[in-house]
Design a protein around this ligand. Structure first.
Ligand code: AMP
Ligand code: MG
Length: 496
């Protein structure tokens, strides 16, 4: 009998080593003990389709946009397959939610695909949010509706363009499946990039279990990834305090309300993370709350600094045994570090708002001048973004229900401007500190509604415009407008 001659294969697959993997992962997370993570298997979605791909970020990460947009890339970004070299784990964390401790939260609808080293040599996590259930899902379905996915995409990218530390959006996909929330909605997956996913709640998870060894390991990891100059738990805490103080001051300066500042939503890196019911102020009022679940106003605009400091107190509590063997001494050092939040925050806040007012140099009375403007804006129902931008364009007074509120203040402001050091361009300073456009709630919701109906054009237009928020542009004047009363969004939803 002649030997069977194998049929020629349709097209011989190239040897494995000829195809570069889609991602060059380098997963330090897997070097952490297994109690830090749970290995996942893909929970494929029916018909994933790429809706948005952030090409500048793709390039920053050294990835191949065309391959990511192709079938192999889409399958990986949807979490339908485990790409070569991926970690594919859910991370364990706990957290204080609205002040109450929950000992086990964890990635319930997210998978850490892996870590890559970007073009600047920085280690970045790539995470899929909404890709399916994990051992931490508890009652949840592990999925995400498309609306919140696109919302996080727009807002995170807008924050980045505003110069605010944040996780980024690499891609958004629609899954081809429906998820049931208040109604049946299209499902989505957000591909998120973060400096890391170490949260205050990551420390709380291990500290609450009495696992001091894991807390110490996490301290090492946080130092290695984010604060290489820190040399112990106390100096890590001081670095995180400083980073958060700078971050929250930046939020305040653009009128951003995070909405869910639970300790599991506070990143050790100092990046803004977990965009849920977040929103930007329209008319300024310090007590503004958007989130439908924040019934007590715990996370109102003006409370954000206090809440950040409270969260840092929870981090400090986890670190006490590492700070000093003598508990009293540990508490004293930790308290000092956490209380350092307020002067650092104040310094950033003054610098940021001075620039918003076009003030160079520092005078004792600057803080009072800024506070007076804000108080008048609140009384005059002045739009936050338009009023500050209007200081440079001469249109600020129009934003006040009663323009005399502005005029009385402006005399003192002009007198202070006259004392700017010679050679200062107050106008240039104000134009670079006060964005012309922000992701207005009504515009975001309009773009999401269109996307849900299959039209991505408004989303693309909005994200493109928001990538240059300080520049003048005749084409996008409409995005400057404050909402008309009937357009105004008062409540936002987690929608997770
Ligand atoms: P977040 O709203 O992102 O702060 O999430 C709070 C916690 O709830 C985290 O542990 C999430 O993983 C979990 N979670 C939120 N949505 C879902 C979902 N659809 N399925 C499973 N877990 C979820
Ligand atoms: Mg969260």
């Amino acid at each position: 009998m002649p030997q069977d001659i194998p049929l020629p294969s349709r097209s011989a697959p190239p040897a494995e080593d000829e195809i570069a993997p889609l991602f060059s992962f380098d997963n330090s997370v897997l070097r952490l003990p297994p109690r830090f993570w749970r290995k996942l298997t893909p929970q494929p979605v029916k018909a994933p389709r790429l809706l948005a791909l952030n090409r500048p970020l793709v390039a920053e990460l050294g990835l191949d946009a065309d391959r990511l947009a192709g079938p192999e890339g889409v399958a990986a970004l949807a979490g339908n397959v485990v790409p070569e070299g991926a970690a594919f784990v859910a991370l364990a964390y706990a957290g204080h939610q609205f002040g109450n401790f929950v000992p086990s939260l964890g990635d319930g609808r997210a998978v850490l695909l892996g870590e890559v080293i970007d073009r600047q040599g920085q280690r970045r996590d790539i995470q899929l949010k909404g890709s399916g259930p994990t051992p931490f899902s508890r009652g949840g379905d592990g999925r995400a509706p498309l609306g919140p996915v696109l919302r996080e995409y727009v807002v995170a990218e807008a924050m980045h363009a505003l110069g605010i530390p944040t996780t980024r959006a690499l891609a958004a996909l629609v899954t081809g499946e429906r998820v049931l929330r208040r109604r049946a909605e299209p499902g989505g997956v957000l591909v998120r990039v973060a400096a890391s996913h170490i949260r205050v709640g990551s420390f709380e998870y291990f500290a609450s279990r009495g696992d001091g060894e894991a807390v110490a390991r996490l301290v090492e990891e946080a130092i290695r990834r984010h604060y290489p100059t820190a040399d112990d738990a106390l100096s890590l805490l001081e670095h995180v305090v400083a980073a958060q103080a700078g971050l929250v001051a930046r939020w305040m300066a653009v009128g951003f309300v995070h909405g869910v500042m639970n300790t599991d939503n506070m990143a050790i890196s100092g990046e803004t993370i977990d965009y849920g019911p977040c929103a930007f102020l329209d008319a300024y009022h310090p007590g503004t709350v958007f989130s439908s679940i924040d019934t007590m106003g715990r996370y109102a605009y003006a409370r954000q600094p206090q809440i950040a400091a409270w969260n840092l107190g929870r981090l400090a509590a986890c670190l006490l045994p590492l700070i000093d063997r003598d508990e009293d001494k540990a508490v004293a050092s930790a308290e000092r570090a956490v209380n350092g939040f307020f002067p650092i925050f104040r310094r950033h806040w003054l610098d940021l708002f001075r620039a918003k007012l076009g003030l160079a140099g520092a005078e004792e009375e600057d803080g009072a001048l800024i506070a007076d403007l804000l108080a008048r804006m609140s009384r005059g129902e002045a739009d936050f973004t338009r009023t500050f931008r209007g200081l440079a364009t001469g249109r600020a007074r129009e934003e006040f229900a009663d323009p005399s509120l502005f005029d009385d203040w402006a005399a003192a402001w002009r007198a202070r401007l006259a004392r700017n050091p010679a050679g200062t361009s107050a106008e240039a300073l104000m134009r670079s500190a006060n964005p012309r456009i922000i992701p207005r709630n009504h515009r975001v919701e309009e773009a999401l509604a269109a996307a849900e109906a299959g039209d991505m054009a408004p989303f693309e237009r909005l994200t493109t415009a928001l990538s240059r928020p300080f520049d003048e542009d005749e084409e996008t004047r409409d995005l400057e407008a404050a909402p008309r009363p009937e357009e105004r969004v008062w409540r936002t939803f987690c929608g997770t």
